[in-house]
Design a protein. Sequence first.
Length: 456
Amino acid sequence: MIYVHSLGRAARYFPERTALGANGTRSTFRELHARVGRIAAALTKHGFKAGDRLAILLPNEPDYIQVVYACAWLGVTAVPLNTRLSVKEIDGILTDAQPHGLIRHSSLPVPTVPVSWQLVLDQDPLDVQSDSIPDPIYDPDAILALIYTSGTTGRPKGVEMRHSNILENVYHTNFWFPLEEGAVHLHAAPIFHIADFPFMFGAPAFGACQVTIPKFNPQTFCETVQRERVTHTVLVPTMINMLTQSPELEKYDLTTLRHLGYGGSPMAPELVHRTRQVLPKVKLVQVYGLSEAGFLTGLLDHEHTEENWRAGRSRREYHAWLLEQPGRDKRCIPERLLSHRRCRLSGCKRILLHSRSVKGHDCYWRRERLFRRSRGRDLHASSRARSRGFRNTRSEVGRNRKGLRCSQAGENTQCGRVDRVLPTIARQFQSSAQHPILRHRATEERFRQDPKESSA
């Protein structure tokens, strides 16, 4: 279904416009549509049919987008894999998803879980020579993708993104982040993440071109924006901070960039001011959401103020309530700016959201015991939930840290990995006393070596 309303629509209305570009190559919507059809035929030859699952472990590149389009064409469920995960973590997702096949890149970790069919795309290209091309499916309830959560509060869970959910996300995306014919969207954020995944279908629906970069760094980003005349992109605050502090930023012409969306965490007021200084023509949009519900709220450019930092404004299709106590009446707050301060002052325990894009009670793959936690199209989200940040890992010193996790900016990190990186960070300071976390670690290290000397 989603293919007909995205790339299928673009092939009918904008056949000769540029659809996809990377590394100096270009393809029109007509050419891209024809190639995706041949990829769908090749996957059919390898035994894929509607309802099968295909795991994808690729960097941001045109092949990634084309394979996802082919899955949408056939009704095959795409399983995008996080390229930052370790082999053990990827194996866990593959064991849970049980895909029929895997398409991967040779530069990325090699999973050890056996699958019935596997293809290393950069070494053995997919044979796309076929005269028998099936028709695109049109099933709103077909599962388009299994987007696995980051596992901040538990093991990663596969969220069933149906064709109708992605179509609704396209509407929400265009509400906060309007695309238009002739625009150029840069996939700088990972495509496997829910923040960037819907733009694969939103861009062609409005006749916009897509450009990819395999991995973000300020120089590659600026070169691509200048060369491809990029108008839209989505980043995270960490990327924006790296970009604004780049010493070579002034060498590039970034005047075509008009819309910069970000998510994962709020931006500090200092970073907002610095971004507006170096990119004065850019309009900032903060989007907040989650895999189970897509984009929930947005904070427009003029709403970035220091008076009361907010999570954003819900769209008309969303209905939000503040719940003081379970079982009590709920207070509706439609079309108002949600903020942590408002939640604290009201004493609410949860936020209840209702929308057509919320996946409902059957959103998790193979998680029947979790179904009772969501009802219909309602989603309960705790307003007081706190992720275990980097600072909180100090309390875990002296325990078995190997299997512990901390969550920072939406990504899980083994505490053992943090410990291995700390010496590198320490060398960047003239003295470890300049950083409170490093000072705390230094004190504990002295205590382990000589408790009496440390206490003295």
